[in-house]
Unconditional design. Sequence first.
Length: 165
Amino acid sequence: MKSTAVRNGGAAPGGATPAGDSAVADATPVPAGPEAAHAAAAGSRQPCLIEPVLDIVFSRWTTPILWTLNAFGTQRFVELQRNIGTITPKVLTQRLRQLERDGLVIRTYFPEVPPRVEYQISDLGRTLAPLFASLTDWSTVHLPLVEQARQDFDTAEEQTAARRP
């Protein structure tokens, strides 16, 4: 049986409506639990419930940063930049600050001469490891199929273009 809550169409606490009568204006059943999230999303402007997660985790450089910190452990800025590859220092700094703000990365400053800063994935960031593992498994199996589909598509497009007058 689905659990439901009752939408109280503008009633104040205690059941009184703003007009003062005690009748509930709209006692429409509203889904509770997982159904509530889908119902809320259906009425919201956000088309996808995981969109905020995608914005946080799958921006251009976030995934390589988190994957690298998860795979190699605590790293200094230059080590991290070297392990990621083509990222610029400016972009790495911006992404690390955002990831720290999101609670996915921990920045540790050591007041030494010269100063030392280390980055590590947080416990919250580590919870993404199964997601990355699943994506790695998926890519191992399916990326060759995607590449084949692309080649098939491109070949069909070339043949179609060659037949046009």
